[in-house]
Design a protein around this ligand. Structure first.
Ligand code: ARG
Length: 620
């Protein structure tokens, strides 16, 4: 056994201090040096601004409100349709009459991008200078490359994203999968809109269960097993404790006592706890690496016990809570409709919520965030209502920082919630292996000659992609389940479908290069970018929307908007592909333009999937 080290906790505090310093530096660097793409330079935004200004001028008003643009159905004239319903309501006018007024106003003066307009019911159908718009969209994408879609809408802001947060000393289960996937996607999306990000893994590394674990370890711990398979051994010890405690209830009291000693930082127990923590982190690192996730900080609950204690004293002093006369516990009474809760237990130990309060205080002091996201399942809805309500009342949370609970639905298995006790919980690594193996079968079936090394690499991307995408393509508040058929559907609605679309485009471009000795983009001047068919223009229009889709996904914390967008993009690409043969395009300028279109679609597919945390293979 390790020698009890009186400095184990201090070492941990040092590790935290180092990681905090590193993120602060990162934020500073980004503030000083980060180059932003201006949102206002995107064609989608320019078009909207032009439309808004035309609407304002036509009606002689100052604010045109939210400009809602939709694509008119294919048989209808116009490239975009402006829905005037809300504006009509605001101005107390008949939508049809208003649409007519706006259309007349637009007709009277031509803009940079707008050419003509017609009123149809409550819509104004707008025709743009297609050639100009088309050319500008593609040349912008080709110029910005992987920066396309980035913006400055949140430049200078900091977001702390609290996600994953598994409990140590047991394997990561699928319960923490959703937080991990959604949190990472939001981190990517927020960053893309200009935020600086602090990715914090708020580990569940404190609480009475560690008393139980220490008890079990001292009684039955097996060094050899711990070295070989740390997490399994720790989990087994914990389970064994609970079986034992059923017959020997006094063990529970002893475990509680051990935890109370741990809270007082008993050096011997702290050393043990630190060891369990380090072993757990090493184990978790494997899954995080596979998912491509790196945290800036892993500041667990354990870090905040002292601060939590001080904070409770302070709140008692200021009268934000009270000591229960009989039990001695510290209580917060009902705040509006939110039920009363404890800040300190009868035996003086801290609680999950209190540690969260101290965490919140620490985050605000250390990172000055504009936003803090708590990516945690909906079974903790009440906890976060209580946390935020109290934090506001006691002035830990003020107008400068918004704290949001990013709640999400459960993971179901055969329609039911999984449970550790009933043995229906799937460990995350098992789930991943299952998905990777299924992907392997599909890939082999499609391409029996694939090399083993390639098969391994690609099935990892496809298998992980299936899990991640399955989660993100649906609205996050819904429950999800693992329907492998749908998750690995080659035809639609899956990561593999989008990955295949991406690979297909690349192979077309490769063919083009082989046949013509290059794709000709280097010889294409910007003003020569041209198109012939409606399907090409429709595809470019969709590409144009990418920056706005990202901004919208950020503003509403909805990664699924990006998934929906990408599926539409892939669908439009397929229509284009059915109609147009790139290889048979004789005119070299048109051919190069089409190559530019294909390259742009591939780029946006790759970037969009990347934001969701899904990688794309070069071939499949
Ligand atoms: N470890 C917690 C759990 O598994 C989640 C922690 C979420 N973050 C927070 N700041 N409370 O339930």
């Amino acid at each position: 056994m390790n020698k009890p080290s009186p400095t184990a906790f201090e070492k941990y505090e040092l590790e935290v201090a180092e990681s905090v310093e590193a993120v602060q530096q990162k934020i500073k660097r980004e503030r000083e040096n980060r180059a932003y793409v201006s949102f206002g330079d995107y064609q989608c935004v320019k078009l909207r601004v032009e439309i808004a200004s035309a609407v304002k001028k036509s009606l002689g008003i100052r604010d045109a409100g939210d400009i809602r643009l939709v694509s008119p159905p294919p048989h209808v004239f116009g490239d975009f349709a402006l829905d005037v319903f809300n504006l009509a309501k605001k101005l107390k006018e008949k939508p049809e009459a208003l649409a007519q007024k706006i259309a007349d106003g637009i007709k009277a003066r031509e803009g940079d991008l707008i050419k003509d307009a017609f009123a149809v019911g409550a819509f104004v159908n707008i025709e743009t200078h297609k050639e100009i718009l088309y050319r500008d969209i593609l040349s912008q994408i080709l110029e910005l490359k992987e920066h396309y879609g980035e913006s400055d809408v949140n430049a200078g802001r900091v977001a702390v994203i609290d996600y994953s947060a598994p409990n140590i000393a047991k394997p990561i289960g699928v319960g923490h999968l959703r937080s991990t996937i959604i949190g990472q996607a939001l981190a990517n999306i927020y960053h893309k809109t200009g935020y600086s990000i602090v990715k914090d893994n708020h580990l569940g590394d404190w609480g009475t269960q560690f008393g139980a674990l220490i008890y079990a370890y001292q009684e039955w711990g097996d060094e050899k097993k711990l070295a070989e398979n740390p997490i399994t051994e720790l989990k087994d010890l914990y389970v064994r404790f609970h079986q034992f405690a059923k017959e020997h209830p006094e063990a529970k009291d002893q475990a509680r006592e051990l935890f109370a000693r741990l809270e007082k930082r008993d050096p011997e127990l702290i050393a043990l706890w630190k060891r369990f923590r380090d072993l757990s982190l090493q184990d978790f690192a494997r899954v995080y690496q596979r998912l491509g996730i790196e945290f800036d900080t892993c500041i667990g609950e354990s870090y905040f016990t002292k601060q939590a204690d001080q904070l409770v004293d302070e709140c008692l002093d200021k009268g934000f809570c009270r000591k229960d006369e009989i039990s001695g516990a510290v209580v917060v009474d009902q705040i509006e409709k939110i039920p009363s809760f404890l800040l300190r237990k009868q035996d003086g130990t801290s609680l999950y919520l209190t540690r969260d309060l101290a965490t919140l205080q620490f985050r605000i002091k250390t990172f000055h965030p504009h936003t803090i996201l708590y990516v945690v399942g909906n079974e903790q809805d009440l906890n976060f209502h209580q946390l935020f309500a109290f934090a506001k009342r006691a002035w830990y949370l003020s107008g400068n920082t918004e704290a949001k609970h990013i709640s999400f639905g459960m993971v179901l298995r055969d329609g039911k919630k999984m449970s550790t006790r009933e043995g229906t919980l799937i460990e995350l690594e098992d789930l991943i292996s299952q998905s990777v193996n299924k992907s392997k079968e599909i890939l082999l079936h499609k391409n029996p000659d694939i090399l083993p090394r390639e098969l391994d690499e690609i099935s990892e991307m496809v298998g992980l992609g299936a899990i991640v995408y399955n989660d993100l393509r649906q609205s996050r508040v819904k429950n999800i389940s693992f329907d492998w058929k749908r998750m690995l559907d080659l035809e639609s609605g899956s990561a593999i479908y989008l990955q295949y679309s991406y690979v297909r485009i690349n192979s077309i471009l490769k063919k083009l290069k082989e046949v013509y000795g290059g794709i000709g983009l280097d010889k294409l001047e910007k003003d020569e970018i041209a198109f012939e068919y409606q399907s090409e223009f429709a595809l470019a229009k969709q590409l144009m929307l990418f920056p706005e889709i990202i901004a919208g996904a950020q503003a509403t914390d909805s990664p699924h908007r990006i998934a929906v967008y990408l599926e539409e993009l892939a669908l439009l690409f397929n229509s284009f592909y059915d109609e147009v043969s790139l290889l048979k395009t004789e005119n070299p300028k048109l051919r190069a333009s089409r190559a530019a279109l294909c390259q742009s679609v591939a780029l946006v597919l790759k970037e969009g999937l990347g934001l969701l945390g899904v990688k794309v293979p070069k071939k499949m």
